[in-house]
Write a protein that binds this ligand. Structure first.
Ligand code: ADP
Ligand code: MG
Length: 713
């Protein structure tokens, strides 16, 4: 059946009422509808239903006046009005009433609508009063309270928890404050019945985890009768949120592992073997060998590989990537290796080239600053298959880059890339290439499984042997002379030094001035021609950055003054000291990343965290952790504890961990339960064809297309 709602708009009655545009809700209309869309992202009835209150005001309690103290917020009182009069002149004019409840006296004050309110209230009558308590000259007071005459029918407290909704100033100005949104939601809920909000979780999950039904939860998250109802609603909806996301990703992974077709790299050939016997400069660590085995298994089984490789800074991911690319080459396939910055791409290119010395294999580089001519030549050679390994920045994902036979795409330091960018990379061939995504920002296992649940997952949890742990200390800025002397002694021993300055967007100008001042200061301590300094920062042209960087890499300069542009990937084993200026401004993962630039050679390395004297508790905690451990995974755990997941590097921009209700730190237990439950269903009924899973199936189908990021693989 088709219903004509308004001219030109047809809505089929079989479509859920929840899909209705918000303006069709009584009391909304086109004008308010527009504001709701713009300001609150509420486009449909469904969006309103899922616009949750952030808290509730307890209106089940009557508070005695004597119990009101400066910490009290919203209160509900019951008392008699003992006096009522208008005081003051002009802008000071106000209506003041005294309320007495047997335990104490409180003032009620109105500045607006004075005459009308005065008429509606009676001295000697009793009222239920509600509002935000404050104090004026030691007397408790409520301005503009809600008043309700106490009658026979209405003797008790208002028996409910009142939802409080987020509302912007613009919403409020258009009559869509928190209370009005609550009214609209109440109206919407009246229109709905269980069939509009069908259960989407199988019955045995509901009973196993004691979850309330979906419709009940959605009613109670807005208008609970008691606190426990609210808590049950939240628990249910959090579980649902986490479970559905885990199920979705798990199903994706299952489908890919079952149905996807991938290039088959069946053999290990001459290139790999020659490299292994003649070029590999060291023995592989156990972790490197294990990961290589996992990769070999993936690329040989006829399915497309989609693997996330997590390894702490310095654990030696590059060589693993290279050897995987050699396997591809041995089987006649090209590879590409994508790095997040120009500097890093170039360094990978140089590094790989020297590792591949004497091997019959051509490696090319393509970045944003490649010349037009160079680029043209590289593109041609790539298309004709003359280039076997193409290194580059995200210039690689441009449409112009076409391969003859791309078999493997490796993304280094993946947290730097948006998901869309990644997805584009593997659109380059008829058959998708194998994908290896490498990240050096360790994230705790639960989080990795949540965020990247559709990828297979390898960890390199072992450092190459012979590394001497980096010694990390915290120094106040006034200790600079000692720090400088220390640097001097290290340079005299032939070492090199990084000095890092923060460059944070919000305070970019100030930070830049700091950097320049710092540079001058360092120069004064370390004058030419005895010492040479490189400086690298984001305002420089790529070519200049590159020149300055190269001078440091080659050892022509002893000191590198830079902002965090060198954060990821650069490898100068002779650099053994890093000073991080204003270290309190950095987050833990970033500090860890930066520190990972030293401790790469055979010399003992140092990291000096320099800060001002006055620090926040949180900053102190961060610095302490850095001084205590070098273990990236431990640091990631601590970081999660301190900050919560909101900011986990790389997940923020991708939105992978942004749940509406659930907080994956606080709700870890629910998350783990949800994940296991999802895994169980996938292993037992991956096509969701069992009767009890029909609710899930139809829910997932109705939600199709909502999660663009699921295209991660
Ligand atoms: P990351 O995992 O941070 O990308 P790299 O791949 O840059 O680390 O490796 C860090 C350093 O460790 C490099 O200088 C590399 O040559 C060296 N390295 C890697 N694997 C080993 C190993 N098995 N034994 C000794 N040194 C290694
Ligand atoms: Mg690296």
């Amino acid at each position: 059946m088709i219903i004509h709602l308004r001219k030109g708009i047809i809505i089929s009655s079989s479509v859920s009422i929840l899909k209705n545009p918000i303006e069709y809700l009584k009391g909304v209309g086109p004008l308010k509808g527009d504001i709701l869309k713009k300001e609150a992202g509420i486009f449909t009835f469904n969006d309103l239903l899922f616009y949750f209150p952030f808290r509730h005001i307890d209106r089940t309690q009557i508070t005695p006046v004597s119990k009101i103290n400066p910490q009290t917020e919203y209160v509900q009182l019951k008392g008699k009005i003992t006096s009522l009069e208008i005081l003051g002149e002009r802008s000071g004019r106000r209506l003041v009433a005294s309320l007495y409840d047997g335990t104490g006296e409180l003032e009620l004050v109105w500045f607006q609508g004075i005459n009308w309110i005065q008429k509606s209230l009676n001295v000697g009558s009793s009222y239920i009063v509600f509002g935000k308590a404050g104090f004026f000259m030691n007397t408790p007071q409520i301005t503009h309270p809600e008043m309700e005459l106490l009658s026979e029918a209405n003797k008790e407290a208002k028996d409910f928890l009142e939802p409080v909704y987020p509302a912007t100033e613009k919403l409020k100005a258009k009559g869509l404050g928190g209370r009005q949104i609550g009214n609209l939601t109440a109206r919407l809920l009246q229109l709905l019945s269980e069939k509009d909000v069908p259960e989407n979780l199988p019955a045995d999950l509901l009973s196993k985890f004691r979850l309330v039904k979906r419709f009940e939860a959605l009613k109670n998250i807005h208008f609970p009768a008691a606190k426990a109802d609210y808590e049950n609603a939240v628990k249910r909806l959090k579980f649902e949120e986490l479970f559905i996301s885990q199920l979705r990703m798990g199903l994706l992974r299952f489908k890919r592992n079952t149905y996807s077709k991938g290039h088959i790299f069946s053999k290990v050939g001459n290139l790999f073997n020659d490299f292994y016997t003649n070029n590999l400069p060291f023995e592989l660590t156990g972790a490197q060998k294990r990961v290589l085995k996992e990769i070999r298994k993936d690329v040989g089984n006829g399915k497309q590989m989609n693997r996330l490789l997590q390894g702490d800074v310095g654990s030696g991911k590059t060589i693993v990537a290279l050897m995987a690319m050699l396997i591809a080459a041995d089987n006649g396939y090209q590879s590409c290796f994508m790095a997040p910055t120009e500097i890093l791409a170039r360094q990978h290119f140089e590094g790989l080239k020297s590792l591949l010395e004497n091997l019959p294999i051509r490696i090319g580089i393509l970045t944003g600053s490649s010349t037009a001519r160079g680029k043209k030549e590289i593109l041609k050679a790539t298309l004709q298959g003359e280039i076997t390994i193409l290194v580059g920045t995200h210039a690689l994902i441009e449409d112009a880059v076409q391969f003859k036979n791309l078999g493997l795409a490796i993304v280094d330091e993946q947290h730097r890339f948006g998901v869309a960018q990644r997805a584009k990379l593997w659109d380059k061939n008829e058959l998708n290439p194998h994908i290896l995504v490498m990240t050096a920002t360790p994230i705790p296992r639960t989080l990795a499984l949540t965020a990247y649940g559709d990828l297979d997952y390898s960890v390199m949890d072992e450092m190459p042997p012979g590394r001497i742990p980096i010694q990390t200390v915290h120094r106040m800025q006034y200790a600079r002379p000692q720090v400088m002397n220390f640097i001097k002694s290290e340079i005299e021993r032939g070492r090199q030094v990084y000095i890092i300055y923060p460059l944070i967007e919000e305070s970019a100008k100030l930070d830049f001035e700091d950097l320049m001042r710092g540079y001058e200061e360092v120069k004064a301590y370390f004058p030419e021609p005895k010492y040479y300094i490189s400086m690298v920062h984001g305002k420089q042209k790529a070519a200049q950055k590159q020149t300055n960087m190269n001078r440091f890499v080659k050892g022509d300069t002893q000191i590198m003054v830079s902002t965090t542009v060198i954060e990821v990937g650069v490898n100068v084993p002779n650099a053994s000291v890093m000073i991080i200026e204003s270290a309190e401004k950095f987050g833990l993962p970033q500090l860890h990343q930066l520190r990972g630039r030293v401790g790469r050679g055979s010399e003992k390395s140092y990291c000096i965290l320099s800060t001002k004297v006055k620090l926040s508790e949180e900053a102190k905690q961060r610095l302490k952790i850095m001084c205590e451990t070098n273990d990236g995974f431990k640091i990631a755990e601590k970081d999660l504890e301190i900050r919560g997941p909101g900011d986990i590097e790389g997940t923020r921009q991708s939105g992978l961990l942004n749940f509406k209700l659930a907080n994956i730190v606080e709700d870890r237990k629910i998350l783990e339960a949800a994940r296991l439950a999802a895994e169980k269903i996938i292993s037992e009924d991956p096509s969701l064809s069992l009767n009890e899973n029909q609710c899930l199936k139809s829910f997932l189908e109705s939600e199709k297309g909502k999660t663009a990021w699921s295209k991660i693989s």
